[in-house]
Design a protein around this ligand. Structure first.
Ligand SMILES: [Zn+2]
Length: 138
């Protein structure tokens, strides 16, 4: 997962903590960072969810912290991906495989939620699938 910066250098993907209004810490936000010019930007796949979260917090949020990976599938996969990279025996795992694995897991859950006719659960799984679906286009 790399992207070219406006300055011409390659930007790397990192999970960073975003601090909003000086009071709210949002951990594990996937962000592209350029080592050459220090430019950074939130990856497009999670922009909508991140701005949704910030909107929910409002203008004067209370001091609190969030794990972005708990409300965004794409961040979730990246956190797991980072963990697998730390252990040598699973280093062969590719990000694409992890996305596929996660999609399969979610589809299993979806079928389960369907059989239980749990609409709220169905809706949350559907949202998670859409979050990774947006990434599939790349
Ligand atoms: Zn740059």
């Amino acid at each position: 997962m790399q992207k070219q910066c406006n300055c011409g250098e390659i930007m790397n993907l990192k999970l960073r903590t975003v601090i909003f209004s000086g009071r709210v810490e949002i951990d594990n936000v996937p962000i592209y960072t350029c080592n050459a010019c220090s430019h950074s930007e939130v990856i497009p796949e999670v922009k909508k969810d991140l701005s949704g979260l910030i909107q929910e917090l409002g203008a004067c949020p209370e001091k609190q912290s969030y794990l972005f990976n708990e409300c965004n599938e794409w961040a979730n996969i990246l956190v797991e991906y980072k963990l697998t990279q730390k252990t040598a025996q699973s280093a062969q795992y590719k990000l694409e495989q992890m996305v596929e694995q996660r999609t399969n897991d979610l589809l299993d859950l979806y079928l389960l939620a369907q059989s239980l006719q749990d609409d709220a659960w169905l809706e949350s799984i559907r949202k998670r699938l859409q979050q990774i679906g947006a990434q599939m286009k790349y």
